[in-house]
Design a protein around this ligand. Structure first.
Ligand SMILES: Nc1nc2c(c(=O)[nH]1)N[C@H]1C(S)=C(S)[C@@H](COP(=O)(O)OP(=O)(O)OC[C@H]3O[C@@H](n4cnc5c(=O)[nH]c(N)nc54)[C@H](O)[C@@H]3O)O[C@H]1N2
Ligand SMILES: Nc1nc2c(c(=O)[nH]1)N[C@H]1C(S)=C(S)[C@@H](COP(=O)(O)OP(=O)(O)OC[C@H]3O[C@@H](n4cnc5c(=O)[nH]c(N)nc54)[C@H](O)[C@@H]3O)O[C@H]1N2
Ligand code: SF4
Ligand SMILES: [Mo]
Length: 749
């Protein structure tokens, strides 16, 4: 056994009876969607019906807490919108006409069609699409690559979620870093090696609502109760910002300028950690030169904030023994995402907040699926066909292993560099939510001959595009494991109720994988497959079910112990062995090795004439308590918390425009520099929490109660219609969060 796990103490086995109900302990991941997988107790009655879900107090991760979406799991599982059997289209795309078929027929059809395209057009003509943070990342990559296609990836422009932060960090430091809230220890806050962060800087993230990328929002509050001070960087006064010590309410899209100005203060005032920088950081001189022009005064003008608040934040963060940056997707969702993430990551490096207690850590993982599972299954020749490598340096370098959504869609349109014939869509509602310019995406996908969708629910993308639908089951209906995504622990997802005729994503992919490439899928059952992944812990899946969560051993300061580099040398896994403020990898890729700030386009500065016509800066998609992207709209318990898509407007702006709370309006904006204008419907929500010159709106809206053949109203509710096609220059980052718009009253039509 290589990795001995530490377990949380459980009083009871993972299945027991209580007050006439049958209880199963497990992890809530997924569907419905979420990034985390909190510990849950699922209560089932004698009829086999899931009646309630509660937080597991014995699970160190969430310690009994549970948010609204998990509490409403029984409604989701029992929803009338669930698909219960495989269905094949019995009409034209766009119609809601289907015929139920058996699983055997469905698998035979996928096998026959995909193999036909492989033989006639090459395996790369079949594309594989995934969504965010659900349970399937590892398995979808294995399915695509074992089939022989390198064309697998998220249907997200510019990989503008997590990707920029991860790749930005990897090129600078050889690793990705997450905030240290003690989540790596079974005894959590009581662990003697852990130190409570003195300062938590929440940047473009709303952890209380989003619980994103492995971090539970409650942990921020737990740390505040133990003394952490808070800095919040957000155009909106969020729940946390209203309790913060310093708030920087900046203009969306200007984060890089702010980060460089903070570095400027730290360097000018000698507040950075000189000793750490001398030993462990490369490129300080060049970097200091690059930030020298970003005085707080200059950045304040760019970011629309006061210079003093920048100084305050820089001093507070630099002085902290344990400075944690809780960064979020707002940093990824701009075309210049990589330089932005570089600029923020540089603050960690300047202050030595890397690999340290209460700072940023690198948790070990049992199944590292970020780059996919099974890269060795494809030959060099097959990898070379991956769409994206010709166009983008990050893809060519091998740092990014998925295919580019933009390039795949362009290939569907043009047939170049080779024809695409089919799509496997699993865990993404891509027209409603994930990509920009959904009309263009829809037209491109319509060129494909065969589209399969795997999802628990009906949705607009399915009605518009799918030819075959496979019903996925949800977490209380299946077995599974969770042991990647920086989550540190080995969790099991445990079946509590009968899945009926639905199957788990893992069962579906294992069955198809075995048909396409039996050597790559040597397991009879999914449980056998999970046991083989858990092998290094010396535990079978069945043993893990009883004992999970299990915690891997953890050490701080790995760079001082030769634990970060494959050659066992001290330092970091970069070309220089140091953290690189000046990135040699970026320079080799022909990209700027130093962070830069680039004004968003269109924007108030780059396109003043468009700003006159569209005088509000627009940010989109801030997460809501009750929804996970396009999910949960059909769940009555959740829908009533926020029943329609709103646009948040400051009271002064609302007064100026004559808008009333609750009024339906058109939100209109330029689609990049194309000359076209996109629009969607919104309800006015007046709030002093937003800046008067900025508005913020929800994304991913549709009406499950609406007409399926009008795609459930999605086309008139989708804010991504206001966005330009494309990605940042490196292929990473896209503009979801810094746009221009105007609000027009419906009566003005
Ligand atoms: N305007 C705007 N657009 C955005 C964003 C924004 O901030 N603003 N954010 C972007 C980001 S960061 C992301 S990650 C994307 C997310 O985009 P997506 O990941 O496409 O999110 P959803 O639209 O919710 O689609 C998820 C689908 O997966 C299904 N599902 C849930 N769980 C499971 C499961 O276990 N198995 C299977 N097979 N299916 C499951 C759901 O029912 C749903 O239909 O959206 C992006 N879109
Ligand atoms: N309930 C719920 N939870 C979710 C999701 C969901 O849909 N619903 N989606 C999941 C996914 S895929 C992701 S990626 C994460 C994302 O989770 P977060 O990273 O928290 O993302 P957001 O809520 O989109 O934005 C965070 C904050 O950034 C602010 N912001 C907007 N524009 C800017 C900007 O330009 N700069 C700065 N500094 N701040 C800005 C917003 O006002 C918001 O308060 O959440 C995950 N968790
Ligand atoms: S963060 Fe909320 S929705 Fe996600 S698993 Fe935990 S309780 Fe469930
Ligand atoms: Mo995301």
């Amino acid at each position: 056994m290589d990795q001995e796990l530490a377990f949380a103490a459980h009083e009871k086995p993972f299945r027991y009876d209580e007050d006439g109900l049958h209880v199963t302990r497990g992890s809530a991941w997924s569907g419905p969607g979420c990034h985390l997988g909190c510990g849950v107790l699922m209560y089932v009655d004698d009829d086999g019906k899931l009646v309630k879900v509660e937080g597991d107090p014995e699970n160190p991760y969430n310690q009994g807490r549970l948010c609204a979406r998990c509490l409403a799991t029984p409604n989701a599982v029992n929803s009338p919108l669930r698909i219960r059997k495989p269905m094949i289209r019995d009409g034209k795309r766009g119609e809601d006409k289907w015929k139920e078929i058996s699983w055997d027929e469905a698998f035979d059809l996928v096998e026959e069609k995909f193999n036909y395209y492989k033989e006639n057009y090459g395996a790369e003509s079949v594309t594989f699409w995934e969504g965010t943070g659900r349970d399937i990342s590892a398995w979808i990559s294995r399915l695509a690559w074992s089939f022989g296609s390198p064309n697998m990836g998220p249907s997200l422009n510019g990989l503008a979620c997590y990707g920029p932060r991860v790749y930005g960090c990897f090129v600078l430091s050889g690793s990705f870093w997450v905030g240290d809230y003690s989540q790596q220890f079974v005894d959590r806050y009581d662990n003697p090696e852990w130190k409570c962060p003195e300062v938590i800087m929440v940047w473009g993230n709303n952890p209380i609502v989003a619980n994103s990328d492995g971090a539970l929002g409650h942990w921020v509050v737990d740390c505040m109760q133990r003394g952490s001070k808070l800095i919040v960087v957000d155009p909106k006064i969020t729940w946390l910002a209203s309790r913060a010590d310093v708030v920087i309410q900046l203009r969306p899209g200007t984060d890089a300028a702010l980060a460089m100005a903070m570095a400027n203060v730290m360097i000018e005032e000698g507040l950075y950690d000189r000793e750490f920088v001398d030993y462990w950081v490369y490129g300080f001189e060049e970097y200091a030169q690059a930030v020298s022009e970003f005085t707080p005064e200059k950045a304040a003008e760019i970011c629309w904030v006061e210079p003093e608040v920048i100084r305050q934040a820089a001093r507070m963060y630099a002085a902290a023994d344990g400075g944690l940056i809780q960064w979020g997707v707002a940093l990824d969702q701009k075309e210049e995402a990589i330089p932005t993430c570089q600029a923020v990551a540089a603050l960690m490096m300047l202050t030595g907040n890397v690999d340290n207690p209460g700072g940023m850590i690198k948790p070990p993982e049992l199944l590292m699926y970020l780059n996919g599972w099974g890269m060795e299954l494809l030959s060099q020749e097959q990898w070379a066909k991956r769409l994206g490598v010709e166009k983008y340096s990050f893809y060519a370098s091998g740092g990014v292993t998925v295919a580019s959504a933009e390039v795949m869609v362009e290939a569907m349109e043009t047939g170049e560099p080779y024809p695409l014939k089919a799509a496997w869509i699993q865990t993404t509602n891509l027209l409603t939510c994930m990509g920009v310019d959904p009309d263009r995406t829809k037209r491109a996908f319509e060129n494909l001959e065969f589209i399969v969708m795997v999802d628990p629910f009906k949705n607009p993308t399915m009605i518009a595009l799918a030819d075959l639908v496979l019903p996925a089951c949800m977490y209380p209906e299946r077995n599974g494991i969770r042991c990647g995504d920086g989550c540190q622990r080995a969790e099991t997802i445990n079946r509590a109720i009968d899945p009926g005729d639905t199957k788990s994503d893992m069962e579906i992919n294992l069955e198809l994988g075995r048909r396409f490439n039996p050597e790559a899928w040597p397991w009879e059952t999914v449980e056998e497959m999970f046991s083989s992944i858990l092998e290094e812990t010396g535990m079978t899946f069945e043993e893990a079910q009883q004992n999970a969560p299990g915690y891997l051993p953890y050490e701080y300061y790995k760079y001082k112990k030769g634990m970060l580099r494959p050659d066992g040398q001290l330092g970091f896994n970069t070309p220089t062995g140091r953290l690189e403020l000046y990135s040699n990898i970026m320079a080799n890729m022909g990209l700027d090795p130093l962070p830069t700030f680039v004004e968003p386009t269109p924007g108030p500065v780059t396109t003043p004439e468009l700003y006159e016509e569209f005088p509000l800066v627009l940010t989109t998609g801030a997460r809501r308590w009750n929804t996970f992207h396009a999910e949960n709209r059909e769940n009555p318990r959740l829908r009533r918390i926020h029943p329609e898509p709103t646009v948040q407007v400051h009271p002064d702006t609302a007064a100026e425009l004559g808008l009333c709370e609750g009024e339906w309006v058109w939100l209109e904006g330029p689609k990049g520099m194309s000359g076209e204008v996109g629009r969607c419907k919104r309800v006015v929500e007046i709030t002093p929490a937003i800046r008067p010159d900025v508005v913020s709106t929800d994304h991913a809206w549709w009406h499950p109660e609406g007409d399926p053949e009008k795609l459930y109203d999605m086309p008139e509710l989708n804010v991504n219609k206001l966005m330009a096609w494309g990605a940042g220059p490196s292929g990473i980052g896209a503009n979801y969060k810094s746009l221009l718009c105007r609000i027009r009253k419906m009566t003005e039509e």
